[in-house]
Design a protein around this ligand. Sequence first.
Ligand SMILES: *[C@@H]1O[C@H](CO)[C@@H](O)[C@H](O)[C@H]1NC(C)=O
Ligand SMILES: *[C@@H]1O[C@H](CO)[C@@H](O)[C@H](O)[C@H]1NC(C)=O
Ligand SMILES: *[C@@H]1O[C@H](CO)[C@@H](O)[C@H](O)[C@H]1NC(C)=O
Ligand SMILES: *[C@@H]1O[C@H](CO)[C@@H](O)[C@H](O)[C@H]1NC(C)=O
Length: 422
Amino acid sequence: MRKGQVNVFILLLFFTLSSASDQRWRKAMMSAYNGSSSMMMNRVGSSILFPIHGNVYPTGYYNVTINIGHPPKPYFLDLDTGSDLTWLQCNAPCVHCIEAPHPLYQPTNDLVACKDPLCAALHPPGDYKCESPDQCDYEVEYADGGSSLGVLVRDVFSLNYTNGIRLSPRLALGCGYDQIPGTSNHPLDGILGLGRGKSSIVSQLQSQGLVRNVVGHCLSGIGGGFLFFGDGVYDSSHVTWTPMSQEFTRYYSPGSAEFHFGGKATGIKNLIVIFDSGSSYTYLNSQAYQAVTVLLKKELSGRSLKEAPEDQTLPLCWKGRKPFRSVRDAKKYFKTVLSLAFTNSGRRKTQFELHPEAYLIISNKGNVCLGILNGTQVGLQNLNVIGDISMQDRMVIYDNEKQVIGWSPANCDNLPRFRSYM
Ligand SMILES: *[C@@H]1O[C@H](CO)[C@@H](O)[C@H](O)[C@H]1NC(C)=O
Ligand SMILES: *[C@@H]1O[C@H](CO)[C@@H](O)[C@H](O)[C@H]1NC(C)=O
Ligand SMILES: *[C@@H]1O[C@H](CO)[C@@H](O)[C@H](O)[C@H]1NC(C)=O
Ligand SMILES: *[C@@H]1O[C@H](CO)[C@@H](O)[C@H](O)[C@H]1NC(C)=O
């Protein structure tokens, strides 16, 4: 296989290292319950909504602007449901920082202690050493080889609720003072960790009673979209829900799936699947990847599409008689719906379908390219990753309270409208 062309970007936490109080944590929780926040708690159904920017191709990521600090300053963050910790490139001072759109974050001196449960949540269960008990050192490494090393601090996040209330809770975030860029580095200020763990921003908001621990996103196929915290943005009865795996608890995973091609089972089963907004493309293990490429090539044989190895945009591209302008143009060749059928512990199967828009892109050369890549090749081992390309134009909802993942078709081009009543 040719190399060097794949914009591998998978934000998926591989491991966390190193060290963190309890009373402080209580105190922080109490202080967040001031005037407006206690009012919040009585308003069931309130959510926090953020517009997002970006696209699968050519940008390769989606970013959200979060206002942090006092006074609040904006930061552009990569939204990542594949990891828990939110961190900013930070002037602690910075040992290695990557070029970023905003000046480095100036940390507060409100350090999270090593014994704090939030710190514990960022380290492997069992023993981690607290060499400096007053601080929580962290290190996170992502699947693309990138990493961030730093210390946890608390600072004010400015958040607007859909009911018009504005809140400024103090939340823990990483002050990253030593970053290594991954194979595909994004020019952003940091990462917004939206995973299942306790340290994620939404879990912290929930433990302060400020929002239900539900995260969702709607990535538009024309770029942009929105992100939300809380359960007030969707109609649950229109959502296909499937339980989160209680076995693979590190990521948002409905467990294992069977791969279907054009409505038919392929015999490829037990694929452990995770949903990861930090990955622009979808990755299948070598066996499933091979099946997709073989079956697609078979479907295309005798058609006027030709493989275009000169197009290095992605490993597999095809040239048409005329350059394609959109995936819709290419749909007379690609009609197959791929799907992942989740067995969810023996109950009724749920299907996550991938229409051609969910697995193809049009390169800048006008060729159509397969947006499903070989996960084995990038070291994902047995994990299969549903990336942004396959989550476009639908809401994907991670309900950590009910422990279910849901999806429903949606128009992600416009922010849902809410009437403010404050
Ligand atoms: C991130 O999003 C903001 C809008 O919220 C946009 O102005 C900015 O260009 C984006 N930054 C990058 C690096 O994509
Ligand atoms: C929150 O609302 C205020 C006032 O409506 C606005 O100025 C501010 O930009 C909003 N902040 C965010 C992060 O959307
Ligand atoms: C309490 O709420 C106000 C806004 O009403 C905010 O400015 C302040 O930071 C909040 N205090 C804490 C500790 O969150
Ligand atoms: C996927 O990658 C693995 C590891 O590099 C390789 O052995 C395998 O042949 C690849 N599969 C296909 C179908 O290209």
